[in-house]
Design a protein around this ligand. Structure first.
Ligand SMILES: [Zn+2]
Ligand SMILES: [Zn+2]
Length: 135
C-alpha cells in the first residue's frame, strides 16, 4: 500500500497497527487517519488510546486550520464535523469514503465519550442551554 500524506501538514503518514487494525499516524503533527469504521472499532478496544501519542497542544493548533483539508485516500475535501453531544470534539470526515481524521489528542477524547453520559455532561448541557436562552 502506498503511503498517505497528512492532510494537515503534508508529512508522510506512518501505518500503525493496533489489534490488527491499521491506522495511519502523522509523525509530525500526531494526527491519525482512520478508515471508515476503524475509529468506531478501535475505541471499543482496550488500550487503543496509546495510538494517540501526539501532543494535544499541537493537535489543537491544527484543529483551528480553516482551509481545505483533502482526504488522504480520495482527495476530496474533508468535512468539519462538530458533534458535541456524542463526542464533544471537532473532527474531520470524508464524505466519500467515510474515513475520519483526528488531530493529536482527539482520539482519546473520542474514546472517553464512548462512556455513558455522566452528571457532569448533563450540567454542561444545562449551561449551554441557558446561554442560548439569554441571548
Ligand atoms: Zn501531520
Ligand atoms: Zn476519502
Amino acid at each position: 500500500m502506498s503511503q498517505l500524506v497528512c492532510p494537515k501538514c503534508r508529512a508522510l503518514l506512518n501505518p500503525v497497527v493496533y489489534a490488527e487494525i491499521e491506522v495511519d499516524r502523522c509523525p509530525d503533527c500526531g494526527g491519525i487517519w482512520f478508515d471508515a469504521q476503524e475509529a468506531e472499532d478501535l475505541k471499543t478496544i482496550k488500550g487503543s488510546e496509546s495510538l494517540d501519542a501526539g501532543n494535544p497542544e499541537i493537535g489543537e493548533q491544527f484543529n483551528e486550520m480553516e482551509e481545505d483539508t483533502p482526504c488522504p485516500r480520495c482527495n476530496v475535501s474533508l468535512r468539519g464535523m462538530l458533534d458535541i453531544d456524542r463526542y464533544s470534539i471537532w473532527y474531520e470526515q470524508c464524505p466519500q469514503c467515510r474515513g475520519m481524521w483526528l488531530d493529536a489528542g482527539e482520539f482519546k477524547q473520542f474514546r472517553q465519550n464512548f462512556r455513558p453520559k455522566t452528571w457532569r455532561d448533563r450540567v454542561k448541557k444545562f449551561f449551554r442551554w441557558k446561554k442560548k436562552r439569554s441571548r
